[in-house]
Design a protein. Structure first.
Length: 295
């Protein structure tokens, strides 16, 4: 099987059309179509539903996509094991992460890797939406979630507990909730993606509905509103650790309940033949996260 044709298949998925893939590769749509047809003939299966206006994966294409990614990763790893020995990391590291942790933690980590490895390039996709790493051809996704290792191919990097917090100005004006019952009477700042706030009380999970004058679509906006004294917010440690350390926000600890624990996870398509640059990134990120002091 021609690795170039396998890479072409993944490029078509990522680009969304034959013509877009052709532009990215500096070739013609006709040549892309011809090479795709050759790959389909070799596999004995049609990989895309194609019309003049749309392109979508067939069930066979969806099944082949993770294998294509694994083949390309194995090829890159084989080249790296020979070419990068003694010369530092090289190639393109493709990572996705949530916005806040991406800016606060991931960017400094990859900046350090780039400084130490001039041949390394990084493609960083920051999004609070769940990104499909297979279709976008990414190496690794950094996710904040209450995952279990069996949910997917993933490794836990660090703890990242939910934290209740408010600004000193808010607490001076409205006081600080001491129990879960107190909390529901306080104005709270809601993240659109969190319909309820998860707590553990007496060993049992409780989903608490909160209310307040402001809801927002991003963690950045919730944090800004919390800093401005709008209300109480629930965010993860790495979303607010700097503000808590500076005293701009105060952590609130309830007497009868604790927010659910989360973790920071690195998610992969496969562990086999992981490129050296990906292993180096994961090691550097874990070191940075473990250097942080949890409250």
């Amino acid at each position: 099987m021609d690795f170039a044709d396998v890479a072409l298949f993944r490029s078509i998925v990522t680009a969304g059309s034959l013509s877009a893939a052709a532009r990215e590769m500096g070739t013609t749509p006709m040549l892309v179509s011809r090479r795709l047809a050759a790959l389909e003939a070799e596999l004995g299966a049609r990989l895309f539903h194609r019309t003049t206006r749309s392109l979508s994966l067939t069930p066979e294409g969806e099944a082949f996509l993770p294998h294509a990614a694994a083949l390309i990763t194995a090829r890159d790893s084989a080249f790296e094991s020979v070419s990068s020995a003694g010369s530092g990391l090289s190639g393109v590291l493709k990572v996705t992460a949530p916005n806040v942790i991406g800016h606060a933690v991931i960017v400094p980590v990859v900046a350090g890797l780039i400084a130490d490895n001039p041949a390394l390039r990084v493609n960083l996709v920051l999004s609070d939406d769940r990104v499909d790493i297979a279709s976008m051809g990414l190496d690794v996704a950094i996710r904040v979630a209450p995952m279990k290792p069996s949910d997917m191919i993933a490794t836990r990097l660090a703890d990242n507990p939910y934290i209740l917090c408010a600004s000193p100005a808010y607490i001076a004006r409205f006081g600080e909730p001491a129990t879960l019952g107190d909390l529901v009477s306080h104005p709270c700042i809601k993240l659109h993606a969190m319909e309820t706030w998860p707590f553990v009380r007496g060993g049992e999970l409780e989903q608490i509905r909160i209310a307040g004058p402001l809801s927002a679509s991003t963690v950045d906006a919730v944090r800004a509103a919390c800093l401005a004294g709008v209300g109480v917010a629930m965010m993860t440690y790495w979303d607010v650790y700097e503000q808590i350390e500076r005293g701009d926000l105060k952590r609130i600890v309830l007497a009868d309940a604790a927010p659910v624990e989360l973790g920071i996870w690195a998610v992969f398509l496969t562990r086999a033949q992981m490129p050296v640059r990906v292993r180096a990134f994961i090691d550097a990120l874990r070191k940075r996260l473990l250097a942080g002091t949890l409250p």
